[in-house]
Design a protein around this ligand. Sequence first.
Ligand code: ADP
Ligand code: MG
Length: 282
Amino acid sequence: MENVIEVKQLVKSFGNKMALKNVTFNINKGETFGFLGPSGSGKTTTIKILTSQLNHTAGEVSVFGNPLKKLKDPSYMKRIGILTDNSGLYERLTIYDNLAFFCKLYDVNEKQIDEVLESVNLLKDKNTVVQKLSKGMKQRVTLARAIIHKPDLLFLDEPTSALDPVNTKHIHDGLKKLNQQGTTIFLTTHDMQEAEDLCDRVAFLHQGEIKLLDTPQNLRLKYSDSSIKLLLKGDREVIVQKDEEGADKIYQYMKNNEVISIHSNEPTLGDIFVQLTGRALS
Ligand code: ADP
Ligand code: MG
C-alpha cells in the first residue's frame, strides 16, 4: 500500500521540553487517520511539522514520498489543504467572495465554488457576509476554503472542537464525501466519537508519545472484556460472561421473559484511553 505520510522517530523539543518523543506512524493513501489525544499531547505540533510550519528536532518525515525539506515549494502546497483554528477569513466579504479569492490564489476555476459549498451545506448562504455567520458556519467556510482545490492530502486540527451537533454533522458529511473522492485525511481530535465516525485508524497520543495505533474496531475488540450486558425488566442490568454459565443465565432470563435487550460490553475509545493513560481525553 502506498504511504502518503511516513514519520519515523519524530522528536520535537521546545527548549528542554519534549513535545514529541519518538513518534512513528504511516498514513496510507485514501485513509482517514486520526490523532486522538487530550490538550497538550502534541497534536498541533505534529500537524505544524507535517505542513512545514515548524521544524522538527530529530527523526524522518516524508510526505508524498519526499523528505519534508523538499516540500516547501508551491507545488506541494497545492496538493495539501490545512484547517486550523486561526481561520483568517475576510469578515467583510461574502462567503462566495472569500472562496473566489482563494480560487485565484490556487488557480482553481470559480465554478468549483458551488460544489464545495454544497458539500458543507452552505450553498444557499453564499451571498452572506462572513461577519454575520455563526461560529459553526464560519468553520464550514474555512473547511470549504481548505478543500476548494481538491487537495490530495488534508490536515485538520480539531475541526469540530466546540461546535454544535448540526454544524459538526455538516462538517463530517463534507469530509466523508471528500474522502470518498480520494483525499487522504489526517485529523486531530479529542472527541472519541468523531474518531469513531470518521477514522479508518487512530493513534492515541499521550504526552508526546503514541500509546496505541489501530483501527477503532480492533481497539474495541482488543480491550473488550468478552462480557455481555443484559437489560432486564424492572430497570435491572446484568453482566454475564461469554461462556456456558453465561449462556445458561441468558437462557433463563429469556425463558422467564425478563430480557429487554442484549449488548456486547465493548469499551468506547474514550474508555480505552482512560484505561491506558489514567487520563480522560478532554
Ligand atoms: P495539542 O495540540 O495536543 O493540544 P500542542 O502540540 O499544542 O498540543 O502542544 C504540545 C506541548 O508542546 C504542550 O506541552 C505545549 O505547551 C508545548 N508547546 C507547543 N508549542 C510550543 C511553543 N511554541 N513553545 C513552547 N512550548 C510549546
Ligand atoms: Mg492543538
